[in-house]
Write a new protein. Structure first.
Length: 342
């Protein structure tokens, strides 16, 4: 999709145009309602107990490989418990692991799709059909609202493998509206997922309004006309800090071009990121301070892993997601070349 062809979901309305129906509708009839058992509580001692149970369970030689894999998976979860003291919300990790499983349900539709290339209407239709099937299991009362949200998030991930058109976004939005009518008890969750379509490449990104690390308020919309690299990061996060050399290289390479790097910081203490910037360890780009990984900006952008990166064109359209290190720099160069040729 060329710059300027994005659809502004946040502005409301049907992107297909007034009075136009979405391309797909829900399968009828729908059965049952989604359950909402509440958030699961997974404290560290419980996880330790689970791992110990796995280790002490009887097994034969054929089970060794599977047991090893399970232990590794649980220790991957336990390894982030220490990060909780630095601002990481463990419930987000648990939810993220579920989202990874949900993505697998859609992966085959987009596996061979070139990254960043426009999605075909047939692919979007196939993704919606897959979602509809997942949301209508034989025993619908066994599907929780959290699981339904993860499946919808999985659809958004699959859409993010390419770029969508206004008509395709309208089709997905229309589906979600019908879904909300069928499940009024989950209206808030469905509305959030529809709003998060603004994070799909090809859609106009939702605005951010907040306070920077120096206490001044500013907005993402202030930077329209520039290519914007938006990074969700934190000093507590090793992979985030590993991005710093590439971010500094980007800033130096394009210091005379309409390219802006902006950050959303998730450290609990404001002084942490202030000191990192003052020392030169962290790049000096303007940054919103979000107060934690569960801050209002991270929540509104559905961030559950750090770093997360979004690259927007001059019209505020999301063009690339999670391009890191040299791939981030290459993506910016591609957008600059496109902008100069138009």
């Amino acid at each position: 999709m060329m710059a300027g062809t994005g659809v502004d979901i946040a502005a409301g309305g049907n992107a297909a145009g007034p009075g136009k129906a979405p391309a797909r509708h829900l399968a009828k009839p729908r059965r049952g309602t989604w359950q909402n058992p509440g958030a699961a509580n997974f404290p560290g001692p419980v996880l330790v107990g689970i791992v110990e149970a796995i280790c002490n369970a009887p097994l034969d030689a054929r089970q060794v490989a599977m047991k090893t894999k399970r232990v590794a998976q649980w220790f991957s979860i336990l390894s982030v418990c220490a990060v909780a003291a630095c601002g990481f919300d463990l419930s987000q990790l648990i939810d993220g692991l579920g989202s990874d499983a949900a993505r697998a349900e859609f992966r085959d539709v987009v596996t061979d799709h070139p990254s960043g290339a426009p999605l075909e209407d047939a692919q979007v239709d196939q993704l919606l059909t897959r979602l509809d099937s997942l949301l209508n299991p034989p025993e619908p009362e066994q599907l929780t609202r959290a699981e339904a949200a993860r499946y919808i998030r999985g659809l958004r991930w699959a859409l993010g493998r390419g770029q969508v058109t206004a008509e395709q976004v309208a089709s997905v939005g229309g589906y979600l509206e019908e879904l909300k009518a069928e499940h009024p008890g989950a209206a808030d969750m469905i509305d959030k997922q529809r709003r998060l379509l603004t994070l799909t490449p090809g859609a106009v990104a939702q605005n951010i309004v907040g306070t920077d690390t120096e206490g001044a308020q500013f907005e993402l919309a202030d930077y329209r006309g520039n290519i914007v690299v938006l990074v969700f990061s934190g000093e507590w996060c090793g992979p985030c800090r590993a991005e710093y050399p590439y971010q500094k290289k980007l800033m130096e390479t394009y210091k005379d071009d309409p390219v802006v790097l902006l950050g959303v910081n998730s450290d609990r203490a404001l002084e942490t990121i202030r000191q990192a910037k003052a020392s030169g360890d962290a790049p000096g780009y303007r940054t919103w301070w979000d107060g934690s990984t569960n801050g209002p900006i991270s929540n509104s952008w559905d961030i559950w892993k750090w770093p997360s990166t979004f690259i927007l064109d001059a019209d505020g359209v999301v063009r690339f997601v999670d391009k890191r290190k040299d791939r981030m720099i290459e993506a910016v160069a591609e957008l600059l070349e496109e902008q100069e040729s138009t």
